[in-house]
Design a protein around this ligand. Structure first.
Ligand code: SF4
Length: 296
């Protein structure tokens, strides 16, 4: 989130629980199999667990949550009971001071405790670490060893010069440098064959059930198999992280349009998606204010 925040939405702009139910039913009819709740921070929303509850009753093959981990702890046992087991923690550094500088809060202990608790419950834990211009190789090494010792899947997200102030000319952490960093620490790491739709290049190490991954979010090397749609809290569907084009799903539902009509429109919208994130970005008139607005 930008330090000076973002304009808040009014409550009436947010999808209600019954509207989530409606949207999830549409998703199932479109054969969407996987849902990931992300943010901002999903646990901030007071009725977030009710939304997860609706989704877990709807026969999705896979439900996952991406969280900063600060508010997750009280909900882990319930999530486990619902079989919502895929938790992705956003954690950019293990160093308390760096963590505080990046997040503007002194909560690293809470996050680490939530991660340990999720592991203790046998949940499938992964960590996403966004690399920043001042991330050091030592920090990366610490995170890699920590994750592998705990059998965690850690994914390093390529630095994205994409922060509302335009594209920065300095770009310190591209995927090649991350890969070199992994291989310098673990020369026997083997690269896994990428699953269709996967966003990460994953390296396996013999001694751990965890893994090391790279998400080339800025190089966009995985657009060819991208099959994701993003739904914002006000019910807009986006087909690309870099595109400003959106389909106003909730608005159409509130206008009382039929599911058949909406399905046809969404189908046309998805077919109009740019061939990759670079083309999508070119179509934009202005910079996105923050990834927090679209669920980066
Ligand atoms: S840049 Fe757009 S098309 Fe490429 S992977 Fe990301 S969301 Fe998908």
């Amino acid at each position: 989130m930008p330090a000076d925040g973002l304009p808040w939405l009014e409550a009436k702009q947010l999808a209600s629980l019954s509207e989530y139910q409606h949207m999830f039913e549409l998703f199932r009819s479109w054969e969407i199999k996987k849902i990931r709740f992300t943010g901002g921070e999903p646990f901030i929303r007071k009725d977030f667990m009710s939304i997860v509850d609706i989704s877990q009753q709807m026969d999705f093959e896979n439900i996952a949550i991406t969280t900063n981990g600060v508010l997750a702890l009280p909900h882990l046992a319930q999530l486990k009971a619902w079989n919502v087991q895929n938790l992705n923690f956003s954690l950019d550094s293990l160093d308390g001071q760096r963590f505080e500088k990046i997040t503007r809060r002194n909560d690293i202990e809470k996050v680490l405790f939530a991660i340990d608790k999720a592991l203790e419950l046998g949940m499938n834990v992964s960590v996403n670490a966004v690399l920043q211009c001042d991330t050091t190789e030592e920090e990366m090494h610490n995170m890699m060893h920590w994750a592998l010792e705990k059998n965690i899947h850690i994914r390093f997200i390529e630095e994205m010069p994409f922060n509302g102030q335009g594209i920065t000319p300095d770009w310190h952490w591209n995927w090649r440098r991350v890969e070199n960093c992994i291989l310098s620490q673990f020369p026997d790491a083997t690269k896994q064959v990428k699953k269709p739709g996967s966003t990460a290049d994953v390296f396996q190490i013999k001694s751990s059930e965890g893994s090391l991954g790279i998400i080339p979010a800025y190089s966009r090397t995985f657009c060819g198999t991208c099959n994701r749609l993003r739904l914002t809290p006000e019910g807009n569907l986006h087909h690309c992280l870099y595109s400003h084009q959106a389909y106003p799903l909730l608005k159409k539902i509130r206008e009382g349009l039929s599911s058949e009509y909406i399905t046809q429109e969404v189908s046309a919208f998805v077919k109009g998606k740019a061939i990759n994130g670079f083309e999508a970005e070119k179509e934009n008139q202005q910079q996105l204010a923050s990834m927090a607005q679209i669920g980066g």
